[in-house]
Design a protein around this ligand. Structure first.
Ligand code: BF8
Length: 647
């Protein structure tokens, strides 16, 4: 396969051009060699017991049932909800680790760790969500009361998660009526594993309903807890400038890359990398300084809070090592390719694992302990400094491509930026949707996948959306793709339709907003809820001119996100492939019947232009239902008309 088909990213192509002699080092090359399993990719392989694995066929003459009698619908639905369980577990276990550190701070055990409560406003808001009286109390007292209540969200056996009450009232009522309002996060995930065990739940709709409940426990539970408590401890993001792509790596500096998802360690690495003592050590080794950069969602976390440069998204983790100038790559959990362990045998890069939950061959393990975070961070930076002199000059290839960006759009900062001069509010956004300058809003999220041209699907899709006046909110690796393409600078308004461009130019925002990491998809739920609560666009998320998609998804977390978007009333399109396509029954449930249950539904469309127009058509249909589809001429009011106004 021609490497030009691998990626539309300029930096990636610079690397591919230089590596003619080392062809098989990356996921791009392995994907070209390894065809996906035709049964598994359609959801038709069941390996939940040892009578199989049973592989069903979509062909007329093929096997139609597993050994136990399981149908394609049962098998595809079971596989799908197991993906939700894994995704919800990953996001939520990340949230659990953040709450562990919050509890340490709340209980006064964080002395010397570097962590403290940074956003008191958010602490108070979350405490009030949990029914804590905050009036007249010190933040330490509030935190101490809040910590056990946050823990309890995981093990709650009955009753709902507290953040459910943040959703529009109509949505809460619908979840209760449908029996999908989530209880404890752990309970919902465990129940999926039980139901999908051999011989338990065999009804595809019943399985998917429970998958919905677990996905909601992720979006409005584990992920939202992770985001909110991270904001309390590390600060709520506000707009910040940054840079993205492999060109951010510096040949004359010690380059340290953080990769993964948990921002607790990376936050302290930011502090350690700026320590004058550490910089002096780097200079003593001949480097001009210390350059910290990120990959994947950890990158998004430190970009949003500190403007730390992003070296790349998921498919660039191997390419970063191939530059030959990464002195240490520090990883924690999720989306870390096992190939890194082999790759660093051919390059000088020191690979450092830091989580008890994620160890790998070829890496050095340096266990991260929250109470000693700064000290461990300095030790890690030391490893990079020591390794600076070990580079192989013959293997250095640092691409030039990098791009400016603006990031940091938490739902609170969107409120502030779009607000009037005197008071933050979603009113101007709603008004501009109602007057038609902005057609609607799209959430474009998720991963990269070497089964499609890297970044390309995202970039074509996002450009088509903004051209049609759709404001785009992004998270995860797709956000990084758009940043690299120059879509996250205010000048990108030139690519937007005239209405969206006018709004962007007026408020100085890019047409594509970077809202954070994958757990921060909870910010998109809150932004949608704020639009409903502002008024004028219906009384539920499902009424909004809004659509979601994951054009280049690959991880189980993406499936959980998609399901909680759908369960929150959002029309959600996935690209690449969709893991239930072998079952007509499950296709009908997810693409049609679920609209009756949650007023949101799935769609699958790999072509980016078609994907954009599925979303645009949905947004237009919602506008028509709201009665805001007709162009409203601007009317200049005279005095009589003003007097007749009812206020
Ligand atoms: O959680 S977007 S490839 S890095 S899974 Fe992974 Fe996908 Fe990137 Fe972040 Ni999300």
């Amino acid at each position: 396969m021609d490497y030009k088909e691998f990626s539309s990213c300029k930096a990636c192509n610079e690397i591919f051009e230089s590596m003619e002699h080392e062809k098989d080092l990356t996921a791009f090359h392995r994907a070209a060699d390894l065809k996906p399993c035709p049964f598994g990719s359609q959801g038709l392989c069941c390996k939940n017991c040892s009578m199989g694995p049973c592989r069903l066929s979509t062909k007329e003459t093929g096997t139609k049932r597993g050994v136990c009698g399981a149908t394609a619908g049962t098998i595809a639905a079971r596989n799908f909800v197991r993906m939700i369980a894994a995704g919800a577990a990953a996001h939520s276990d990340h949230g659990r680790d953040i709450i562990k550190t919050f509890s340490m701070v709340a209980n006064g055990e964080a002395e010397g760790s570097g962590y403290k409560i940074k956003d008191v406003t958010k602490l108070i808001a979350v405490a009030q969500d949990f029914g804590i009286e905050t009036e007249g109390k010190a933040s330490s007292e509030i935190a101490k009361e809040l910590a056990p209540k946050l823990w309890a969200e995981f093990g709650n056996q009955e009753g709902e998660l507290q953040f459910i009450k943040r959703a529009p009232e109509k949505r809460q009522a619908l979840w209760r009526e449908q029996g999908v309002s989530p209880r404890g996060i752990d309970r919902e995930v465990v129940e999926i594993m039980h139901r999908t065990h051999m011989g338990v739940d065999q009804d595809a709709e019943n399985l998917l309903r429970h998958g919905t409940r677990a996905a909601l426990a992720d979006g409005w539970g584990g992920s939202m807890l992770a985001t909110e408590v991270q904001d309390i401890l590390l600060g709520t993001p506000v707009p910040v400038r940054g840079k993205a792509n492999l060109g951010v790596l510096k040949e004359d500096q010690v380059n340290i890359i953080v990769h993964g998802h948990d921002p607790l360690l990376s936050e302290m690495l930011v502090v350690a990398a700026q320590d004058p003592e550490m910089i002096a050590k780097a200079k003593a080794k001949g480097a001009a300084g210390i350059n910290l950069a990120g990959i994947c969602c950890t990158a998004n976390e430190i970009l949003l809070r500190h403007g730390i440069p992003v070296a790349g998204n998921f498919l660039q983790q191997e390419l970063a090592i191939l530059t030959g100038v990464v002195d240490a790559m520090v990883v924690d959990v999720q989306c870390i390719m096992q190939s890194l362990g082999d790759l660093v045998q051919c390059y000088h890069t020191k690979l450092i694992t830091t989580s008890e939950k994620a160890k790998m061959a070829g890496a050095t393990h340096m266990q991260f302990e929250e109470h000693d975070a700064l000290k461990i961070s300095k030790n890690i930076i030391d490893q990079g400094i020591e390794n600076f002199g070990n580079r192989n000059p013959g293997k250095i290839c640092v691409p030039k491509a990098e791009m400016d960006l603006v990031a940091g759009f938490s739902h609170e900062s969107i409120n502030y930026c779009l607000g009037g001069t005197f008071r933050g509010s979603y009113r101007p956004l709603n008004d501009n949707i109602m007057n038609g300058r902005i057609l609607g809003v799209a959430g474009v999220v998720g991963c990269n996948n070497p089964r499609v041209k890297h970044d390309d699907v995202n970039n074509i899709l996002v450009k088509e959306l903004i051209k049609n006046n759709v404001l785009v909110l992004q998270t995860g690796c797709c956000a990084i793709a758009s940043a690299k393409e120059g879509l996250m600078i205010p000048e990108a308004a030139a690519l937007a339709g005239p209405g969206l461009a006018e709004v962007c130019e007026t408020v100085g925002l890019p047409p594509v907003l970077h809202c954070g990491s994958c757990v921060d998809n909870s910010r998109l739920l809150m932004a949608a809820t704020a639009m409903v609560k502002e008024g004028g666009l219906g009384d539920d998320i499902s009424d909004l001119p809004l659509a979601g998609c994951a054009p280049e998804w690959m991880s189980e977390k993406a499936i959980s996100i998609g399901q909680y978007f759908v369960a929150s009333g959002v029309f959600t399109v996935f690209g690449v492939t969709f893991p239930i396509m072998g079952s007509e029954e499950v296709k009908d449930l997810l693409f049609n019947k679920f609209e009756k249950i949650t007023k949101g539904k799935w769609a699958f469309e790999p072509d980016p232009i078609k994907m954009a127009h599925l979303m645009i058509d949905h947004i237009k249909a919602k506008r028509a239902a709201l009665g805001i589809d007709k162009k409203q001429d601007r009317v200049l009011y005279d005095m009589d008309m003003r007097r007749s106004l009812e206020v």
